[in-house]
Design a protein. Structure first.
Length: 419
């Protein structure tokens, strides 16, 4: 019996010929990632092991959650990361102003690649599956062990095949694809399972679409989300990835525990209502829902294509007087590209606040906290109760085209609603 992509990558890194779902294995790691929230507690566990780090070129430390530092406590956390990076000569350390949001800059800088096995002390580490690698989030102790030994244990997950057919319509983004999928299978529909995306429909998905989709695999409970490597992938990594990499493909007789089919041609703009990413509704089916805030950015939708989509909709429009619109490019590179393309001017002329790259409001840290009773349309990844502020606030998840249209009209809307 053959193996799928996830199984092949895990087998290769475990140094065995074959693995199967449910098997416990120990794997060598290609990249270990942490941020200003998750790294400091892991350092305490790392110190108990005794160090040194297993490989200073295979660790990435990125302060991005509470940075630029919002208070003294966050400053101390960032300082801890900075000192560890300096002590151990961590090559992939990205200070504020020189990087951005971790899951945007690692692919952008060619640090992750096809066939790699990456762990990160952040649940959205599954983003890198868009490049045909296995990447997943881990806890504090597993991260510490990874830093010291370059190894981690895994239970080989079952895999759900997601067959994508048709072609993505012009008003649809990767966010609509993943929200539709989560709405279909639920927030625990892929619990400790791999989501492998297949089918002819993949050809109509941009690289940024794929990053968004893989990023939110965790919102369906997924261990990882993974795409096959095709021409779109190879074009993206061509001038980025310098190290050797290996492309894995699923065998024709690979095993899957379930198949879910989505015809991209049938998709329409959707929004996930509070308080679950799986509470997906067609925008055409909802009534008049006034909003107070819009956030466009995050590790899910803070890439250049997201900025372009939002700018094209906001151009020539003014943000509703009752709405605060916050735009957060995902990296310094995305920020510069947005400036050069004129997107930043468009955002400012429309009445938006443009922030330096940060996770900020996504996790209720800073740069856009909600008061009681306020509603926000956000391109972030989670809308749990109290996620972005007060426990009585509401977050509606959507793609950048929906967020931008909503900012203009002052209510949840789609681009076709604009006159």
């Amino acid at each position: 019996m053959g193996m799928n992509m996830t199984e092949k990558i895990l087998a290769a890194h475990a140094g065995v010929e074959k693995v199967s779902a449910g098997q416990l294995i120990t794997c060598s790691l290609d990249m270990v990632l942490a941020n200003d929230v998750t790294a400091p507690p892991s350092f305490k566990e790392f110190d108990k092991i005794g160090g040194p780090v297993f490989d200073n070129t295979k660790i990435a430390l990125i302060p991005d959650h509470f940075t630029p530092n919002k208070d003294i406590k966050s400053a101390q956390l960032a300082k801890s990361v900075r000192e560890f990076a300096d002590k151990h000569n961590i090559i992939n350390y990205f200070e504020v102003g020189r990087g951005g949001i971790e899951h945007v800059i690692l692919p952008e800088k060619g640090i992750v690649a096809p066939g790699m096995l990456t762990i990160g002390a952040d649940s959205h580490t599954c983003t890198y599956g868009a490049l045909g690698g296995f990447s997943t989030g881990v806890g504090t102790t597993d991260l510490a062990v990874g830093l010291a030994t370059g190894k981690a244990w895994f239970k080989v997950p079952e895999t759900i095949k997601v067959e994508l057919s048709g072609e993505k319509p012009h008003d649809i983004t990767g966010k609509d694809v993943i929200l539709t999928l989560i709405g279909m299978i639920g927030v625990d529909g892929a619990l400790y399972k791999a989501l492998e995306f297949t089918g002819e429909g993949i050809k109509s998905l941009s690289m940024d679409d794929r990053f968004t989709i893989s990023n939110m695999a965790i919102e369906a409970g997924g261990k990882n989300g993974i795409f096959p490597v095709d021409e779109t992938t190879l074009t993206y990594i061509k001038n980025r990835v310098k190290a050797p990499y290996k492309i894995f493909t699923s065998d024709p007789d690979a095993q899957y525990c379930r198949t879910v089919r989505i015809n991209l041609s049938d998709l329409v703009p959707v929004v996930a209502f509070p308080h679950l990413p799986g509470n997906t509704k067609r925008i055409a089916d909802i009534g008049n829902i006034p909003i107070d805030q819009v956030v466009i950015g995050s590790c899910t939708n803070g890439r250049i294509e997201d900025m372009k989509i939002a700018a094209n909709i906001l151009k020539g429009h003014t943000i509703d007087k009752n709405v605060r619109c916050i735009v957060i490019p995902g990296s310094q590179q995305v920020y510069r590209q947005s400036m050069q393309a004129g997107y930043i001017d468009i955002f400012i002329e429309a009445g938006a606040a443009v922030s330096t790259p940060t996770c900020g409001p996504c996790l209720g840290a800073h740069m856009g906290i909600l008061a009681a009773g306020e509603r926000c349309v956000s391109t972030t990844n989670r809308n749990f109760r109290g996620r972005m502020g007060h426990i009585d606030s509401e977050v509606y998840l959507a793609g950048p085209q929906v967020a931008a249209a909503s900012a203009v009209l002052g209510k949840i809307a789609q681009p076709s609603d604009l006159k």
